[in-house]
Each structure stands twice: as C-alpha cells, then as structure tokens.
Ligand binder design. Structure first.
Ligand SMILES: Cc1cc2nc3c(=O)[nH]c(=O)nc-3n(C[C@H](O)[C@H](O)[C@H](O)COP(=O)(O)O)c2cc1C
Length: 141
C-alpha cells in the first residue's frame, strides 16, 4: 500500500505526529512518502489513494492560512473516493478546527480513516504517539 503523509508544522508538534504515523504505517508494510507541504503539491499528493494530512489549529480555530490552507483548497476537489486521515496539534482551543476539517473532507466524498481526526495537545505525549502509531497501521491496511 502506498501512503502519503503531508503536513504543515511551525514548531514541530504536528511533525512529531506525522513521523509516528509514518513509523506505524511503515512497520505495517506500507510504502510511505512523508512530506512537508512546502516540498510537495496538491497534484502530487492526489496521486495517492491513501492520504494523511496534518495541520495544527491556527488563526482562530482554522487551518494555517498561508501555506497549508491554499494547498488543501487545491487538494480538496481531488479527495473524492480517497481514504483520508487527518491529524494535528492544538493548544488552548476545543478542537473545533478539526471538527470543521473532518466535515469538509467528508463533504468532499473522502472516507475519513478512523472516523475522526486525531488531535494532540502541543507536543504529542506517549498516549498521543501511540494513537499516531495505530493510525499509521490503519493506513497500511
Ligand atoms: C498564530 C497562532 C494561532 C493559534 N491558534 C490556535 C487556536 O485557535 N486554537 C488552538 O487550540 N491553538 C492555537 N494555536 C496553538 C497551536 O495550534 C499549537 O502551538 C500547535 O502545537 C502548533 O503545532 P505545530 O508545531 O505543528 O505547528 C495557535 C498558535 C499560533 C502561533
């Protein structure tokens, strides 16, 4: 199974989640492409059938608006029929950005892997990393 994990991370918190998802998927036998959104394009990511997208909560409970949001806006119309996992870190909020994002992905016709996005408060703790690892395994199967 070929899996792409594309993420934005300003201070490394969502990146740590991405790396653990990558380890879980790789150990479960997937061929993983792990990329920062500034090193890829929506077209490249859309070539995969299994896509994990990571972005923390920014602005006021929204995706980061200068790099990630434009990338996602271009990708969204190409998500129909794909398996998509969402993940990201947050700090003081209530996770609203992820609920909105889940809705958008489902409305685009994607299958949301795990049924909901995976969120971690700031740098993922051991429990969050375990969930990331398990999400990676799910992506591989
Ligand atoms: C400009 C800015 C806006 C933010 N807005 C929110 C927010 O609305 N809700 C929230 O829970 N966290 C917010 N945060 C906290 C980030 O989501 C948190 O620091 C996260 O761990 C950053 O992840 P990253 O290192 O992967 O970019 C904000 C942080 C910054 C710098």
């Amino acid at each position: 199974m070929k899996v792409v994990i594309a993420y934005y991370s300003a201070s490394g918190n969502t990146e740590a989640m991405a790396e653990e998802i990558s380890r879980g998927a790789t150990e479960a036998g997937a061929e993983v492409t792990l990329v920062n959104v500034n090193e890829t394009s929506a077209d490249e990511v859309a070539e995969f059938d299994v896509i994990a997208l990571g972005c923390a909560s920014y602005g006021d409970e929204v995706l980061e608006e200068y790099e990630f949001q434009p990338f996602y806006d271009e990708l969204e119309p190409m998500l129909e029929g794909k398996k998509v996992a969402l993940f990201g870190s947050y700090d003081w909020g209530n996770g609203e950005w992820m609920l909105d994002w889940q809705e958008a992905v489902s409305a685009a016709g994607a299958e949301l892997v795990g049924g909901e996005g995976l969120i971690a408060n700031l740098f993922p703790d051991a429990d969050a990393l375990e969930k990331c690892h398990a999400l990676g395994e799910k992506l591989a199967n």
